[in-house]
Design a protein around this ligand. Structure first.
Ligand code: FAD
Ligand code: TPP
Ligand code: MG
Length: 584
């Protein structure tokens, strides 16, 4: 039985299974997402005696995405657990998703008894081997006395420096064995691991020099802002140097969308004026972003006239895709504090006016105008959800066109309000990650905006939401296609729609089968009513939005094309309904 004391001085007899939970409690873990099975059964048995909530998922992939959404929304470490073999391999997609987006997670798996390892035992799989390239670190624990050190290190590694997922695979015999045990409160020391970096002052001087010479700077704001908690410093810095701030998909919310210096998202589906500004800049200041290929387009022609200041905590990101003229390897907040001590105010009004003038015409042609021809467009739905929720919801997306429209039409003011799989682009992420987000932030209104394709990959987790009584509002953007792939086929494969038309079940009935409210909207005027009904209802609600089937996301930089070679929305003769920039 859990005694509830913070630090036990006296050693007590504990099984390995109990030690796992003792460690989780000491790490402050209150919720884990998982699915039981033979090799992890001792841990499940011990669980009943500890004050940790367990969420029973319907598929282990759901557990890993829930832990991920939990971590991204709450800012802590997400924990998931599974049995050996198929349980562990089902976690793999979620672990890879977390790795690509640097999400702190600890994944616990049961392993076959140590003496059977290597004998193709029932449900044996080399999960540390399988996950080696998609974890920040992993442990195979075969002795009960090694459980606590591995667990302590796993939490330190997951959340320090550049965060990421850590796997701890624990054999069944290690879980069953007993030792005299006491919590060791001493700090973890890992040879060769130095996540706390001192800000390199010579690079700060170089950066200051570059800043003083720049007439056309652009700040590139990435997810590192959220990891480092540098929102205030980024704002002070942008205002001090009077520079426009372009956002990566994962950076959205790190700088308020309503701030006059915020110019929008960059990259493949970024706003056209933002991409033009980057290409015409004389200085890029990259804050916790990694120049993903979705961001740069053709790397050879990317911002060729710009010097680059790159601040990143991970030295391996420096000069990986883009050569840095000043490379500040440090925590972003610490680096910005040092920069703010010395950087002089600047005025870039001509440059800002020029970008605003590019926006003036682009906004009409691209993403912010849609014809009102009686059809329901996905951007309408998302923009309406933004207005109705006053921009204050946590929105979790799946992957595809709806994800990009979310980024364009839901304007995020605060960090951790957009949760989306950026690097791996994992379909099936949305619903489970939204459930995890709601469990981390029960006070928040949580919307899952998902496609009809991706939703069906993990829709079984509706059952988890129903069992747990978790309230998320699920907006299925139902276009009858694997829309993003259909769009590529439309643009680059002569409209040959191979394997993209999608017949779906009646989503309203799917919700109802889970005892949940299901709603449908097919016309714009119906959106307000269903969204309000969803918000007011208790428990998870699903809305089936039947949207225009063959709409495309504009602008689009074709993969590998120059960043400013964008495909633009064909000009529409009809009257404009609104712009995404309208006030709430
Ligand atoms: C269909 C689809 C389309 C997409 N289109 C676009 C697009 O148009 N535009 C776009 O931007 N993205 C797009 N993406 C997402 C894209 O693939 C990348 O995931 C995204 O650009 C990465 O953003 P990031 O570099 O800010 O975040 P990350 O990949 O999370 O990188 C963050 C960086 O910050 C660093 N860091 C972490 N902590 C700290 C700290 N404390 N201090 C300093 N540095 C830190 C990390 O080392 C890392 O280098 C798309 C994804 C999909 C699935
Ligand atoms: C697991 C997985 N398989 C395949 C893909 C490739 N893919 C990217 S977007 C997309 C279509 C998504 O369709 P849907 O969920 O309906 O969203 P829409 O684009 O229509 O909004 C596909 C198949 C992926 N990203 N993830
Ligand atoms: Mg679709």
């Amino acid at each position: 039985m859990y005694a509830g004391s913070a630090h036990w001085v006296m050693a007590m007899q504990r099984t390995g299974a109990q030690i796992i939970w003792e460690c989780l409690v000491h790490e402050g873990v209150s919720t884990v997402f998982g699915y039981p099975g033979g090799a992890i059964l001792p841990a499940y048995d011990a669980m009943l005696d500890y004050p940790v909530k367990h969420v029973l998922v319907r598929h282990e992939q759901g557990a890993s995405h829930m832990a991920d959404g939990y971590a991204r929304a709450g800012g802590g470490v997400g924990v998931c657990m599974a049995t050996s073999g198929p349980g562990a391999t089902n976690l793999v997609t979620g672990i890879a998703t977390a790795m690509m987006d640097s999400v702190p997670m600890v994944c616990l798996t049961g392993q076959v008894p140590s003496k059977l390892i290597g004998y193709d035992a029932f449900q044996e799989t080399d999960i540390t081997g399988i996950t080696l390239p998609i974890t920040k670190h992993s442990y195979l624990v075969t002795r009960v006395e090694d459980i606590m050190p591995a667990m302590k290190e796993a939490f330190v590694l997951a959340k320090s420096g550049r965060p990421g997922p850590v796997l701890v695979d624990i054999t069944k015999d290690a879980q069953q064995a007993k030792i005299d045990w006491a919590w060791d409160p001493s700090p973890v020391k890992l040879r060769g691991y130095r996540p706390k970096l001192t800000v390199p002052q010579s690079e700060i001087s170089t950066a200051i020099d570059l800043l003083s010479k720049s007439k056309r700077p652009v700040i590139l704001a990435g997810q590192g802002i959220l990891h480092s908690g540098a929102m205030k410093e980024v704002r002070q810095f942008a205002e001090r140097i009077n520079a426009p701030v372009a956002m990566t998909l994962l950076g959205l919310g790190g700088f308020p969308a309503s701030h006059p210096l915020h110019i929008g998202m960059m990259g493949m589906h970024g706003e056209s004026w933002v991409n033009h500004a980057i290409q015409e800049a004389d200085l890029l200041i990259a804050l916790g972003m990694r120049f993903d290929d979705r961001v740069t387009g053709n790397i050879k022609t990317y911002a060729v006239n710009a010097k680059k200041i790159h601040i990143d905590i991970d030295p391996s990101e420096i000069n990986k895709n883009v050569q840095a003229d000043a490379a500040i390897v440090a925590d972003l907040r610490e680096a910005l504090k040092d920069l703010l001590d010395v950087v002089k105010p600047a005025n870039h009004e001509p440059w800002l006016s020029y970008i605003a003038s590019m926006k003036g015409t682009s906004a009409v042609h691209d993403i912010q105008s849609l014809p009102d021809n009686g059809h329901l467009y996905a951007p309408h739905v998302i923009n309406d959800i933004w207005r109705i929720t006053e921009g204050k919801a946590i929105v979790v997306t799946d992957v595809g066109q709806h994800q990009m429209w979310e980024a364009q039409y839901y304007h995020h003011e605060t960090p951790r309000t957009l949760i989306t799989s950026g690097g791996l682009g994992t379909m099936g992420f949305g619903l489970p990650a939204a459930i995890g987000a709601k469990m981390a932030r029960p006070d928040a209104e949580v919307w899952a905006i998902v496609g009809d394709g991706g939703f069906q990959m993990t829709q079984a987790e509706l059952s988890t939401a129903a069992q747990e009584g978790v309230k998320v509002n699920v907006a299925v953007i139902n276009n009858g296609y694997l829309g993003m792939v259909r769009q590529w086929q439309e643009f680059f494969y002569d409209r040959r729609y191979a394997a993209t038309p999608l017949r779906s079940p009646d989503f309203v009935k799917i919700a109802e089968a889970h005892g949940l409210l299901g709603l449908r909207a097919e016309k714009r005027p119906e959106v307000l009513d269903v969204v309000q009904r969803a918000r007011q209802a208790e428990g998870t609600v699903l809305i089936d939005f039947r949207v225009e089937q063959e709409d495309s996301v504009y602008p689009m930089v074709p993969a590998g094309a120059d960043l400013d070679a964008m495909i633009r929305r064909p000009q529409q003769p009809s009257v404009l309904v609104e712009t995404g920039a309208d006030p709430i």
